[in-house]
Design a protein around this ligand. Structure first.
Ligand code: PMP
Length: 364
């Protein structure tokens, strides 16, 4: 029983079929001048158009290996050769947080916005920190640990008052899952990752507005505006576009189904030892809980013994016995932050699986 869809999703069958077709038929390099190369290039352009259509954007699109690379290229590309203040939150994914830590070491003035007990930033703090010296603001849309959803529309309104400041949104856990209350077109740079929405692993996207002078971090050919030079896998690009379109079309239907599963879990988990870290305003795809006193890793293995696969938190940090950053930020409670498990749901999750999970959790 897989309850770790936030870490990654299985590939959709239609998407996998497309992968094989493109690999077999359109293997030429998109930069080759001959007919097969041009056919591949036409598919590439068509796929970019589809992604732009689905999201309603005119942005440049850079295909990377994953969202980690996309976040790095976004942040470092905006800041190259610039000096100033940069703002992020204390609960970002490591692919943003650790870049800001590195930039702090290099001398940037960095602000880590605090979050409240629901994992939401304080817009007043953001407004107070903004000034004409701010170069970049990075905020995740949906938190990958508890599923808190940031007020992106308000953040856009605040940051856009400062023309020098660019807004970067890590949209990895929101895209195809949560209906945005904002327009992607209004965001300077944002990132996503196909393996989070039933696409293949190995492909992330950095979308950035055409007027942004994104500096190169890698050097090679002019492929992908020179931002991510080198030959890319057209089949991965096509799969990313297909999965995005398919799962974005099913967003409402899947949301309603998963919300019902989540409501059921919250209602039926009746174990006094369990503390919920996610609340009803969070993404229904994520239900985070703690059993203070029991290590998160121990909990994962206890559930595993019942064929239930959950995560201790971000897959990237799950092997470390450190308090979970987001849970500590919302609770200031070390014991709670060390005893975390993250249950994540999907349209593929069945009610029987959920019932079995409840049974096991209630007997812990
Ligand atoms: N941002 C968030 C919010 C994520 O959940 C993840 C995946 N854990 C990433 C970025 C990094 O994505 P990838 O695995 O594609 O590098």
């Amino acid at each position: 029983m897989y309850f770790d869809y936030t870490a990654t999703t299985p590939i959709d069958n239609e998407v996998l079929d497309l992968y094989v077709t493109i690999q077999k038929k359109y293997y030429a390099n998109t930069t080759s001048l001959h007919l097969l190369g041009q056919k591949a290039n036409n598919i590439y352009e068509q796929m970019k158009k589809e992604i732009r259509n689905v999201l309603g954007i005119n942005h440049e699109l850079i295909f990377t290996s994953n969202a980690t690379e996309a976040n790095n290229l976004a942040i470092l590309g905006v800041l190259e050769n610039k000096v100033g203040k940069i703002i992020t939150t204390e609960i970002e994914h490591p692919s943003v947080f650790n870049v800001y830590k590195e930039l702090e070491n290099r001398g940037y003035e960095v602000v880590y916005l605090k979050v409240n007990s629901e994992g939401i930033i304080d817009l007043n703090q953001l407004e107070e920190e903004m000034n004409n010296n701010v170069l970049l603001v990075s905020v995740m849309w949906v938190n990958n640990i508890i599923g808190s959803i940031q007020p992106i529309k308000d953040i856009i309104r605040i940051v856009s008052k400062y023309p020098k400041a660019k807004l970067h949104i890590d949209a990895v856990q929101g895209i195809t899952k949560i209906k945005p209350d904002f327009k992607f077109e209004d965001i300077d740079l944002f990132t996503m990752s196909a393996h989070k929405f039933y696409g293949p692993k190995g492909i992330g996207v950095l979308a950035y507005k055409k007027n942004i002078d994104l500096k190169k971090r890698l050097f090679g050919s002019n492929s992908q505006n020179g931002i991510k030079p080198g030959t890319f896998d057209l089949a991965l690009v096509a799969c990313c576009a297909k999965a995005l379109k398919k799962y974005n079309n099913n967003l409402d239907k899947h949301f309603d189904y998963v919300k019902r599963l989540n409501d059921y879990l919250i209602k039926e988990i009746k174990n006094d030892k369990i503390v919920f870290n996610s609340n009803e305003n969070c993404s229904p795809y994520i239900l985070n809980l703690s059993i203070p006193g029991i290590n998160g890793e121990t909990l994962v293995h206890t559930l595993e013994a019942n064929d239930i696969y959950v995560s201790t938190g971000s897959s990237c940090s799950s092997k470390l016995a450190k308090p979970e950053k987001t849970i500590y930020a919302i609770s200031k409670d070390e014991s709670r932050a060390r005893s975390v498990i993250r249950i994540s749901l999907s349209y593929l999750t069945t009610i029987d699986e959920v019932k079995e999970l409840v049974r096991v959790l209630n007997n812990l």
